[in-house]
Design a protein around this ligand. Structure first.
Ligand code: OFO
Length: 165
């Protein structure tokens, strides 16, 4: 069963969105590193790598289904942030947008009666629940941390414990 035109187009767009997510989180990681938050920088770098994996997961799936990946330009990500609270609020907002995009893609696959794509996307739907939960927890934690340098240092250490690949 070949990918329908609509589905293929939306899948290619999703590859771009995942790669942009990777680029955005790398940009956030660079900001944290230069601001003296190595733990947050590590957390975001691991997140950036995960996003690249997500993009590649769809990329391989398109080819497995006999479709053609067409890469588009990746937008310039934001490079400056007010503080950690603003940065992580933007992570949460971004993940919510990605969840909406995955849901729309899933609906496109339903309309096309494309069951393999629906099954593949179920992994992403579950993943988005996790991603939004993680971002929510960090935003809530930062509200408790406030501006105290000692608390921010402890918060940074906690995020730095995230294990990558
Ligand atoms: Fe790809 O999960 Fe976040 O955006």
């Amino acid at each position: 069963m070949k990918l329908e035109k609509n589905v293929l187009k939306a899948m290619n767009e999703q590859v771009n969105k995942e790669l942009f997510s990777s680029y955005l989180y790398l940009s956030m990681s660079a900001y944290c590193e230069s601001e003296g938050f190595p733990g947050c920088a590590k957390w975001l770098k691991v997140q950036s790598e995960e996003e690249n994996d997500h993009g590649m997961k769809i990329y391989h799936f398109i080819h497995e289904r006999g479709g053609r990946v067409e890469l588009e330009a990746i937008d310039k990500p934001k490079t400056d942030f007010k503080n950690l609270s603003q940065l992580f609020a933007q992570v949460l907002e971004h993940e919510q947008k990605i969840s909406a995009s995955i849901t729309a893609l899933y609906e496109t696959a339903i309309k096309a009666n494309d069951y393999p794509t629906q099954i593949m996307l179920q992994w992403f739907i579950t993943e988005q629940v996790e991603e939004e939960k993680n971002a929510h927890e960090i935003v809530d934690l930062l509200k408790k941390v406030g501006d105290s340098p000692v608390s921010l240092m402890m918060f940074d250490r906690q995020l730095g414990a995230r294990v990558g690949k």
